[in-house]
Every structure is written in C-alpha cells, then in structure tokens.
Ligand binder design. Structure first.
Ligand SMILES: *Cc1c(COP(=O)(O)O)cnc(C)c1O
Length: 382
C-alpha cells in the first residue's frame, strides 16, 4: 500500500502536478512573510483587504470574551447563538432576500443545498467550470449531473428541451479560476420556472461586484424572483470564514430541516460570526474599497495588454494568465517567487488539462506600486 502511494506521488511530481504548502508566518495581507522573507501576495481571495483589519480583529476578540470560543453543538441542538442569528438577519437584509442561513463553509453549503433539494435520479445541470463543491454536491446527492459547456446558455437550452424536468441549474457567479461572470440573465430566461431552481454560488462576487457590493446579481440587476437560491462565502471578500445561503422562506426552512451538512455539524464559533458581522459592515459602508479595486484591475489589464501578456476575459479581481503547460506555469511561478512576488500556478484537475495558468488576484489593499512591480516581473518571466 505505501509503495503504491509513493509511486503515485512520484508520477504526480514528474507530471508537474505535485502540490506543496508554504507556511505564512504573520497575518494575511498583501505583504506576507514566508520563511523570514517578505513577499507581495497576489493569490489571496481577501479582495477587500479585510482579513486582518483591526475592526474585525477587535470584534472577534471582544466576542470571544463575551460568548466564549466554542459553538457547543449544532444549530438545532443548542449551538444557534445570538451572533449567528444577528448575522443571518443582516445578510438577508443586505442581499434583499426573505431569509439567510449560515453554514460553516461554502463547501458544506453547496453539499447541503443540493442534497436537500435533489433526490436520487433527479437531474442537476451545472456549468462545466463550476467549483468542485457544486459538482460534488450533485454526486453526493446521487443526482444525474449534466455539465453544460462553460457559460453557454444556448447549449443548456438545447439540452433542456430534451428533458421533462430538471431540479436545479447551478452556476458559479464569478468563475474562481477564470474570473469571468456567468451569463445569469440568459440562464434565467432558459430556466424560467419550467426547470426547477436557479442556484448561483457567488463566492467570488459577493462584496466585490455591484455598486453596493451585493455581488453578481446586483451587477446584473437580478433578485430573488429570478434566482431563488443565492450562496456566498464569508471567507473571501468578507475577510473571515463561513458561508450563507439566502432565498425564499420555504427554501431556508427546508434547509434547516434537511440539509445534512447543516444538521450534523457544530455551529461556527460565535466570535467568528461577530467578526463576519464587522466584515459585512465595512463591506457595506466602505465602497471606496470596491472603487479602488476596480481602478487596480483596469491598471493591471492595461499594463498586461501593453506587454502582450496572455490575459483572459475577466473584469474581476481574478486575473489569470493562461500558460498551458504545467511545468512552464510552475517555473513562471517560481521565478516570480524569486523576485519577491507570490502568484500560484493553478494546474489540473483544478483547471482542464492543458490550461495551467498563473492565477493573479488583486486586492483593494494593493497599491499601484505593487501592481507595477508585478507587471515588471511578468515582463521578464513570461
Ligand atoms: C471558495 C469557494 C467555495 C468554498 O467555500 P469555503 O467557505 O472556502 O468552503 C465554494 N464555491 C466557490 C465558487 C468558491 O470559490
């Protein structure tokens, strides 16, 4: 058995697919320390620079003093505490939906929603590039899974014409490895009540897109009527940890009764919920963070275009450069590292074979000088 695992690991290494962790010594931020070295960080999902913001830190510290550190039990036993409840009400208000339900992670939220809404043999249609947790959710529910071509509402419509009824059509709002936005408006017309529920996972849009930071649906002018199931995480732009699902009353009650990843897991530490409330408050009030981020995205894209870098069709803070070959992507990432810049090489199976890339993410906490340093280094490295 160990020999077999070692052979598989060696094969992984020879294919340029081996993954290694790096230990971050201080706090998260656009400048981080690894092995005593300072690096400019271009791979975090902390898009608004809130992960180590003093207001969030203070909220977590004072909540720990007041509420303790443990959730104690699951929400339906005795773990549902005042901070969780207040956060849910604020999320429902912010997203303009009937109710919101807190999950411990986005991964669990996606498994839980699909499992609660779909039974064995039900059809679920998903964008081919959806996050792993959405694909796993359909598999775990025993649903029949159709993966339609990326962003192609027309192909989905053609497939749906052959089907009686589909329970769920699920898509990322912003695709995590490509940075493009799903054509949710077109998906709404295609699904149009006939084919169950439209489900948007907005892990990378929430807090970032839309004037108010309400995410992909705000940017596209869509609400609960058109897209009943909305999910987003609190560990990315909101700066903390956790996730939520927001939608109609009956959906949320169904999840409370039936979502296994909600029922059979310990509630988040209440202090995490209080820190997330502080994150949500800043995300709502400080729209300058989004404006600054948009300006940095424009600056990066203009610079990269002038250098002829292999930009992808993204207007979001996820700005991948398509390299193709696994070893080349790794080598480029390594050369950037040597220049004090941290940009991860994303390889299969996270992305399709032959599309390895450098996944650059921008944050409102970056300066123009950070971005200029990145562009200079990219010009030498790619
Ligand atoms: C990060 C992410 C998740 C998982 O959320 P966690 O809270 O990190 O478990 C789900 N969906 C998408 C699209 C993501 O990017």
């Amino acid at each position: 058995m160990p020999a077999e695992l070692e052979r598989a690991l060696r094969r992984r290494r020879s294919e340029g697919l081996y993954r290694r962790r790096k230990v971050v010594e201080g706090a998260q931020g656009v400048e981080v320390t690894v092995s005593g070295r300072s690096l400019i960080n271009f791979c975090s999902n902390d898009y608004l620079g809130l992960a180590s913001h003093p207001r969030l830190v203070e909220a977590m510290q004072s909540a720990a003093a007041r509420y303790g550190v443990g959730g104690g039990a699951s929400h339906l036993v005795c773990g549902h505490m005042a901070p969780h409840h207040a956060l849910e009400e604020e999320l429902a208000d912010f997203t303009g939906r009937d109710r919101a339900l807190l999950f411990s992670t986005g991964y669990q939220a996606n498994l839980g929603v699909i499992g609660a809404l779909c039974g064995r043999g039900d059809w679920v249609a998903e964008d081919r590039l959806n996050h792993a947790s959405l694909l796993d959710g359909a598999r775990l529910a025993g649903a029949r899974l159709k993966r339609y071509p990326h962003g192609d509402a027309g192909a989905l419509a053609a497939w749906l014409r052959e089907r009686e009824r589909v329970r769920l059509v699920a898509t990322d709002g912003v695709f995590s490895m490509d940075g493009d936005v799903a054509p949710v408006g077109a998906l709404v017309s295609v699904v149009a009540g006939r084919h169950g529920w439209l489900y948007v996972d907005d892990a990378h849009g929430f807090g970032v897109l839309g004037r108010g930071g309400r995410g992909t649906l705000e940017q596209l002018g869509l609400g609960q009527e058109e897209v009943p199931v909305y999910m987003a995480t609190l560990g990315k732009a909101a700066g903390v940890f956790g996730a939520f699902v927001a939608g109609p009353e009956a959906l949320i009650e169904t999840l409370i009764q039936q979502a296994r990843t909600y029922l059979y897991t310990t509630a988040l530490p209440p202090a995490v919920a209080e820190a997330a409330r502080a994150g949500l408050r800043l995300l709502r009030e400080e729209s300058w963070r989004r404006e600054r981020l948009r300006a940095l995205i424009r600056h990066f894209r203009a610079g990269a275009q002038a250098l002829g870098l292999p930009l992808m069709a993204s207007r979001t803070p996820i700005q991948p450069l398509l390299i193709g070959d696994n070893h080349k992507a790794l080598a480029a990432s390594e050369r950037l590292w040597q220049r004090g810049l941290w940009v991860t090489a994303i390889r299969p199976p996270t992305v399709p074979a032959g599309t390895a890339r450098l996944r650059i993410t921008l944050s409102a906490a970056h300066s123009r000088a950070h971005v200029d340093r990145l562009l200079e280094a990219l010009a030498e490295v790619i």
